[in-house]
Design a protein around this ligand. Structure first.
Ligand code: ADP
Ligand code: MG
Length: 373
C-alpha cells in the first residue's frame, strides 16, 4: 500500500548569521506510488524540502502528511523512510551483504529472513551476481555502489523513498542508464518516491511529475510534457527545455489576437499567441511583454531586406537529428544570441553570413514582463 505525501503551507527559515527563508508557502500533494521530481537550481530549497519530508528538519510553519496522518511532529526514526544521497555513504568496513542487511538487523529480523530479503532486493537492483561474491563496497564501481545504496534504502520496505541527487557523481553515460534503472525499480516496488535533481533533462526522463522550484517557491507542478508545452511563468519557460526570449510591447488586442512591437528588428508580430500564464488581464495594449519561442519554432531563411528579424550566423552545429543555428541579433542596441533548430541545412546560409529569422506568433508564449519573485 503506497502512501500520498502532502505539504500544507510549509515554511522553513534557517536562523543564523544571515536568516535564510529556504521554503516559502509550499503546498502540494504527491500521489501514492508516484515518482515525483524536485527540480531547480542549486540553493532553491530541494534538499531542505526533502529533509523536512523525512523529519530531519523541523518546519517553521505548515504541515506535512503521509496519507491522512499528520507527521509534522513525528521524529524521523518513526517514519520508516528510505534515503539515498549523492555520496553513496556505504559502510566501507562492512561487506555489501552487511550494508544492505543493516536496516533489517536493527529491526530485529531473523538471519533466515534477512538473507531472503537481501537476496530479493539485490536481484531487483540488478546486483544478484555481486551479492554471491559479496565484496567490500570499495571494490565496486560508482554505479554499483549507488545500486547498493538504493537496495539498502529499499530493503525494509520503507513507506517513502527519498533520493537526493543520487546520480550526480556518475559519468554522463551511466547516469542516463541509471535514470531508466531508478524508474524501473521504483515502478516495481510502487513506493512513493521523491527524486531531487538540478538537471532538467534527468527530471523529465525520470519523473511522473515534477515540481520546479526557485528561491524556496514551487513555481509550477506538472508532467514534463505539461511544463514544456504549458509553462506558467518565465522561469519555468527558461528552465525546462531551451528557449529564446524577445521583449516588446502590445500595440493592439482584439479577442484572442494581439499585435506586439518587438524591440529586436523592426517587426510587428500579429496573430494568436500561446497564453499559458495566469496574468492574462495584464496583457493589454501598452503592456511590456516577453514572447518566448522554442528553437524548433524559429525558421532560418536566407537574408532578405524585408525580413522581420535579421542577424549574423555565428555557429552552425549538426546535432544529428537537427541543425542548430546560433545567430547574433540586436535588441534595444544590445547584442543577443538566439538559437534556431532546423530539420535540414538552409541553402545559402553559412557561418558568418547574415540571415533572416521568421517566426509564427502561434508558436510563441506571451508573458507580461514584470519582476517575478
Ligand atoms: P538545494 O538542495 O536546492 O541546492 P538547499 O535546500 O540545500 O538547496 O538550500 C536552500 C537554502 O537554504 C540555501 O540558501 C542554503 O544556503 C540554505 N540552507 C540550507 N541548509 C541550511 C542550514 N542548515 N543552515 C542555514 N542555511 C541553510
Ligand atoms: Mg541539495
Amino acid at each position: 500500500m503506497s502512501t500520498s505525501i502532502s505539504y500544507e503551507g510549509v515554511e522553513k527559515v534557517f536562523h543564523g548569521k544571515n536568516e535564510v527563508r529556504a521554503l516559502k508557502n509550499v503546498s502540494f500533494a504527491i500521489e501514492p506510488g508516484e515518482l515525483f521530481c524536485l527540480l531547480g537550481p542549486s540553493g532553491c530549497g530541494k534538499t531542505t524540502l526533502l529533509r523536512c519530508t523525512a523529519g530531519l528538519e523541523t518546519l517553521t510553519d505548515g504541515k506535512i502528511f503521509y496519507g491522512d496522518t499528520d507527521v509534522t511532529n513525528i521524529p524521523p526514526f518513526l517514519r520508516n523512510i528510505g534515503m539515498v544521497f549523492q555520496n553513496y555513504a556505504l559502510y566501507p568496513h562492512m561487506t555489501v551483504f552487511e550494508n544492505v542487511a543493516y536496516g533489517l538487523r536493527v529491526r530485529g529480523l531473523s538471519a533466515g529472513e534477512i538473507k531472503e530479503r537481501v537476496t530479493e532486493i539485490m536481484d531487483l537492483v540488478g546486483l544478484g551476481e555481486i551479492l554471491r561474491r559479496n565484496p567490500s563496497p570499495k571494490a565496486l564501481s560508482g554505479g554499483q555502489q549507488q545500486r547498493v545504496a538504493v537496495a539498502r534504502a529499499l530493503v525494509y520496505n520503507p513507506t517513502i523513498l527519498l533520493l537526493d541527487e543520487p546520480l550526480a557523481n556518475l559519468d554522463a553515460k551511466l547516469r542516463r542508464y541509471m535514470r531508466a534503472e531508478i524508474r524501473r525499480i521504483q515502478k516495481a516496488t510502487n513506493i512513493t518516491t521523491i527524486f531531487v535533481t538540478h538537471d532538467q533533462e534527468e527530471a523529465m526522463a525520470i519523473g511522473d511529475r515534477l515540481a520546479v522550484m526557485k528561491d524556496g517557491y514551487v513555481k509550477q507542478i506538472g508532467s514534463g510534457e505539461e511544463l514544456y508545452h504549458n509553462p506558467k511563468n518565465l522561469f519555468v519557460t527558461g528552465f525546462i527545455g531551451e528557449i529564446n526570449f524577445f521583449t516588446g510591447a502590445i500595440t493592439e488586442k482584439k479577442d484572442l489576437s494581439y499585435a506586439v512591437q518587438l524591440k529586436a528588428g523592426n517587426g510587428v508580430l500579429k496573430g494568436i499567441p500561446r497564453i499559458t500564464c495566469d496574468e492574462t488581464s495584464e496583457l493589454v495594449p501598452g503592456c511590456e511583454v516577453v514572447v518566448a519561442f522554442r528553437p524548433e519554432t524559429l525558421v532560418v531563411q536566407p537574408f532578405a531586406r524585408e525580413g522581420i528579424l535579421s542577424g549574423r550566423v555565428q555557429i552552425i552545429q549538426n546535432l544529428g537529428h537537427i541543425i542548430r543555428y546560433t545567430i547574433i541579433i540586436q535588441e534595444d542596441g544590445e547584442e543577443k544570441t538566439i538559437e534556431a533548430d532546423m530539420a535540414h541545412k538552409v541553402e545559402g546560409v553559412g557561418e558568418g553570413d547574415m540571415a533572416c529569422v521568421a517566426f509564427d506568433f502561434a508558436n510563441g508564449f506571451l508573458f507580461p514582463q514584470r519582476g517575478e519573485e
